[in-house]
Design a protein around this ligand. Structure first.
Ligand code: NAD
Length: 462
């Protein structure tokens, strides 16, 4: 059956490694979305009035359900979006292992502050907002939703979850883990694609927690403006990595290859633009090629495969078009770049050098297994200018043996997180934030947890 033969009330869940249909999924229409929101609203008051400890206990039970169903979840992830099964298992295990610490941090973020001043006491309490719409992508289909669920629910909000249309069964299984552990109605789920997401944003929700593309983020912001709904938008990136002439080149090459190719390059904070000092560029190119050759692609259930397929034919076509355009603009194709024949949406590890600025590869998010090497004169100012020449600002990485220079450059790059002589994000306790058009609001850490609340100050003389 093709998409056109389907009624408008279902969509197909496709295995990207084979192109086969896994399931035909009913789409929630606007009425079902409104019903789900109404049920969540009705359940929220008593959930929000419970103590944080009581809510945390219920959330720990939900995470225990995730632990119990971890193999089922990992297999669904690989089946629906293609990543190697070992990576899928690590994604699920990481969520389970990190949950206690995340909940403890959320508890600290919600503590009441007491301020005494001029004979008065003020208590600053953190109240829930109401119903949070959680709308998520497919690239980390367990991690991304849980990063929204814990702070939203921990703060006393109810959640209506819409997983990506590429991972509906993963979304449904994960939703079951939460719905089974929480009071009825506190956690609701609606399945569908963009139109269902748009219906959810337009429904009577108080906040939208969204992880996905910049284009969708903008649409959500527009639609949310009527009701001045609160927003956390975690969007795309075009992350730079700078290699100065004094860098540990092997370590920098390891970082480039791993973080451009993992998850078949489908990571918001993938290394998408590499700027290498002229004097070490030829040597660096060799180190990158040596490493990139070790990244095989294949079905994610096959042992030893490091990259699964891309999630869809559309996503692969976007990458093919960017590579073809870069070559037409004069880039040197050093490795890969040929779509393999046969079933599935596979694309090989690809290395290009010297794509000019005007090439789409240099400007637009690629979201595929492509390493784009560029040279610069070696000067700090030039490196910063190149790194900042993008509307995005998610992450960045700098390699130099001069730590002072590394920190200085890190401060000048307009992005939410920078790794110096390592890949970014060394802790989950810092807020995860997109600068410029990579995001609005943030997740994680104390700051992130507080985004799901409204502070209320109650003052009285003492
Ligand atoms: P997407 O924007 O196409 O879809 C994301 C979600 O939004 C899906 O559930 C989709 O159905 C829904 N949606 C689509 N149109 C909508 C609308 N008009 N209103 C409401 N919901 C709508 O993104 P994707 O392809 O699923 O994910 C890839 C993108 O996500 C990349 O740009 C990547 O960089 C980004 N991402 C960002 C982070 C981060 O932390 N910043 C993390 C992971 C992924």
């Amino acid at each position: 059956m093709t998409m056109t033969e389907l009624t408008r009330s279902t969509f197909l869940d496709i295995d990207p490694a084979t192109g086969e249909t896994i399931a035909e999924i009913p789409i929630a229409d606007a009425n079902e979305v409104r019903d789900a929101v109404a049920k969540a609203q009705a359940a929220q008051a008593s959930w929000g009035a419970a103590t944080f400890d009581a809510r945390a206990a219920a959330l720990r039970a939900a995470i225990e359900n995730v632990r119990t169903r971890s193999e089922e979840l990992a297999e669904l992830v690989t089946r629906e979006m293609g990543k190697p099964i070992g990576d899928a298992r690590r994604e699920v295990a990481g969520c389970v292992d990190g949950a206690n610490e995340a909940l403890a941090e959320i508890g600290r973020a919600l503590e009441t502050e007491v301020i005494q001043e001029d004979g008065n006491e003020t208590r600053v309490e953190r109240h829930p907002l109401g119903v949070v719409a959680a709308i998520t992508p497919w690239n980390f289909p367990v991690l991304m939703p849980i990063e929204l669920f814990l702070p939203a629910l921990g703060a006393g909000n109810a959640v209506v979850f819409k997983p990506s249309e590429h991972v509906p069964l993963t979304g449904k299984a994960l939703a079951g883990c939460f719905a089974d552990a929480l009071p009825a109605g506190v956690f609701m789920t609606v399945l569908g694609a963009g139109a269902t997401g748009a219906d959810l944003v337009a429904a009577d929700v108080d906040m939208i927690g969204f992880v996905g593309s910049r284009a969708t983020g903008k649409r959500i912001m527009e639609s949310a403006s009527g009701g001045l709904k609160r927003l956390v938008l975690e969007l795309g990136g075009k992350d730079p990595l700078i290699v100065f002439d004094d860098a540990d080149l092997a370590a920098a090459a390891d970082c480039v290859v791993t973080h451009a190719l993992r998850n078949t390059g489908q990571v918001c904070c993938s290394v998408e633009r590499v700027f290498v000092a002229d004097s070490v560029a030829a040597e660096f190119e060799g180190l990158v090629l040596e490493r990139a050759k070790q990244w095989s692609h294949g079905n994610g259930f096959t042992d030893g495969v490091r990259m699964g397929p891309m999630v869809s034919g559309e996503q692969r076509a976007k990458v093919e078009a960017q590579v073809a355009d870069a070559v037409a603009c004069g880039a040197r194709l050093l490795m890969g770049g040929q779509t393999p024949a046969g079933e599935g949406y596979f694309y090989p590890a690809t290395v290009l050098a010297d794509a000019p600025d005007r090439a789409a590869l240099s400007r637009d998010e690629t979201f595929g297994p492509v390493i784009a090497l560029n040279r610069f004169g070696g000067d700090e100012g030039e490196a910063v200018r190149l790194a900042n020449d993008t509307p995005y600002g998610l992450g960045a990485n700098v390699y130099t043996r001069d730590l002072e220079r590394g920190r200085r450059v890190a401060r000048s790059i307009r992005s939410g997180q920078v790794g110096v002589n390592r890949y970014l994000a060394a802790t989950s306790k810092a807020p995860w934030v997109g600068a410029r058009q990579s995001g609005f609001g943030y997740l994680g850490g104390i700051d992130g947890a507080r985004q799901f609340t409204v502070p209320k100050s109650i003052s009285y003389p003492i």
